[in-house]
Design a protein around this ligand. Structure first.
Ligand code: KG4
Ligand code: ZN
Length: 342
């Protein structure tokens, strides 16, 4: 079983993970989230600089946590995209330097496929069954994948055509005066509200949208609808029922995410759905996914949250899977690609 160090720097988390095959040995995460808080969203320049400062200490911490040395490593895996270009470059640069200095193979991997790969690190004795549909929802992406083989056959079914779901949570939270990142705050406040209080729009779910965008998502119209609703109340001097707005917004997001994911399972005859990404923490997304998957006879897999959010272990795990499947390593001139396809 290969000992692989994985590097993840596609967004605001500097993630270094170490795995032996599908056994998790270390998962160190250093986030620059607090630095982005006052801007209300991730600032690419700030993220790249933070990666540069965090990466070397994070590598050392991961080695210590795993109880191994650099010389023990069999390979280096790194996210080469998609993500923020400058942020990705820090990770790819560090990975190349390690691969070159240690004379070990380098595996450049796709961040989205990495989220799926995280599932192999579960230690509950269950294995990921394939094919599976995967719904990945975070602050940076909202994608629906069909995974037939983790290392060679992953198809993008659809993705957001504007904001990511987590981004919508963060923007609506800001509108409601809640702190960044807003997802957990909306989730908390929504628990006290009525999800049926306001009927917010469900993006790309009209019959005419479904023809071209059956598995795509759109959250910018929803965000605008929430903004208009709040403005109208404020202009009229009325108090904004924050809990009801949060609950109704959360319901709209959870409704579209879960309806499209389960529809994909049914259309494709794939009775398995895997969730990944930070938005999976959302209580309503989880509950509705469970309810709808059960009703459709789809088995639902949700990895532990620490493996759902961006991390280096999932990248290391995918690297180990690539090695086990006999894939050739990447060339050392591989570059970061902010729009890398799956
Ligand atoms: O996967 P993740 O940690 O990484 C990045 O996208 O960088 O996802 C973070 C996103 C943020 O937008 C955050 O607001 C959202 O996930 N999030 C949530 C919840 N917890 C985190 N969104 C909705 N409900 C939550 N409970
Ligand atoms: Zn991610």
């Amino acid at each position: 079983m290969s000992l692989v160090l994985g590097i993840e720097t596609s967004c605001d988390e500097t993630g270094i993970g170490i795995v032996r095959g599908s056994t998790l040995l270390a998962n160190v995460i250093s986030s620059s989230m607090e630095e982005h808080a006052r801007y209300g969203g991730v600032v690419p320049e700030v993220a790249a600089r933070a990666h540069l400062e965090a990466i070397e200490p994070a590598i050392r911490a991961a080695l210590a946590e795993a109880g191994v040395t650099l010389a023990d490593l069999d390979a280096i895996a790194v996210t080469s995209g998609p993500g923020l270009a400058g942020a990705l470059m820090v990770g790819v640069g560090a990975a190349k330097a390690l691969a070159l200095a240690l004379d070990r193979p380098l595996y450049a991997v796709n961040h989205l496929v990495g989220h799926v790969g995280a599932d192999v690190l579960r230690d509950d004795g269950t294995a990921l069954e394939l094919p599976t549909v995967a719904l990945l929802v975070s602050g940076g992406h909202t994608s629906l994948l069909l995974v037939r083989d983790l290392t060679s056959d992953v198809e993008l079914l659809g993705e957001t055509i504007d904001d990511a779901a987590g981004e919508a949570f963060d923007k609506v939270a800001r509108l409601l005066g809640l702190p960044y990142p807003g997802g957990p705050h909306i989730d908390r406040v929504a628990a006290e509200g009525d999800p049926a209080a306001i009927r917010f729009p469900r993006g790309l779910t009209l019959p005419k949208d479904l023809e071209r965008h059956r598995y795509d998502f759109s959250f910018s119209g929803l965000k605008t609808a929430v903004a208009r609703h709040v403005e109208r109340l404020r202009d009229a001097g009325q108090e904004v029922p924050v809990a009801d707005v949060a609950a109704s917004f959360r319901e709209a997001v959870a409704d579209v995410l879960t309806a499209k994911a389960v529809a994909a399972c049914q259309d494709l005859g794939v009775p398995r759905l895997l969730l990944g990404g930070g938005v999976v923490a959302n209580a309503r997304v989880r509950a509705l996914a469970e309810e709808r998957a059960a009703a459709a006879g789809v088995s639902l897999r949700i990895p532990p949250l620490a493996l759902c959010t961006d991390n280096g272990a999932m990248i290391a795990a995918l690297g180990a899977q690539l090695i086990a499947a006999g894939h050739a390593p990447s060339a050392l001139d591989v570059s970061a690609d902010s729009t890398l396809p799956v």
